[in-house]
Design a protein around this ligand. Sequence first.
Ligand code: SF4
Length: 275
Amino acid sequence: MEFTLSEANVLKMTIKIKNMPNLNTIAKNTWCPGCTNFFILTAFNKAVEEMVAEGFDKDKLFCAAGIGCHGKIADYINLNSCIALHGREAALASGAKLANPELTVVAFAGDGDAYAEGIEHLVHLAKRNSGISLFVHNNQVFGLTTGQATPTSPKGYRGRSTPFGSIDEPLNPLLVLLSSGATFVARAYAPDLKETQALMKRAMKHRGFAVIDIIQPCITFADTREHFRNHVQWLDPNAPRDDFEAAVKLIRQDGEKTLLGIFYEVAKPTFEEQA
Ligand code: SF4
């Protein structure tokens, strides 16, 4: 298949600058001022910088992003990266990992992107334990297209596609991916920078399919900061998390608090190793 410049919105190569002192690029940032995507960008950059300080070669890191506000992250990180079709970032990332298993591969996604258009890819990538990390910017809304409901929007959410309130129950994506076979399943809250950074680093070092659902309030179309500020609770990062049934209970989070941290973490052969 050939790609031309007119298809740049389908597969976009980002101009990177060699020898920048950090992971920043010269691309103009167009996220809304105060967007919590900035926390995710910072947490990721710090996680990578920490790994580089420990001897990791950042040229062996490849990132794919999808379509949505989150997808612009590919322009803002001075790493090998590209933007995929809507919801196809994890499939693209898995292809890169299969082609070159030496790479550490990260897919950035949005909740509308990954859990609507892309959910079928995620189920199969979890099932085969593809050795990639998936970081989902879950703001519970399609932000780039100005506020339509996504699979994780809460019941009653009023937006452009649901002016009278969403009548759907929200999807619990981590429950879907845990039951599909993911071997590292975690949730983070973007404004909790240090904890998110530590989780990202641990996910990138994980051997197998690692997913972090990152709650990322969209301050323009779904400002959930007040709610989550008072309702998140981090789990002990050092507790063993290899019990599947216990993970299901934690992920279902029937209580008042939204639990954060690692719910499940086990080592299993990856798809690429076996292939
Ligand atoms: Fe961030 Fe929402 Fe603005 Fe998108 S629309 S940049 S998610 S605040």
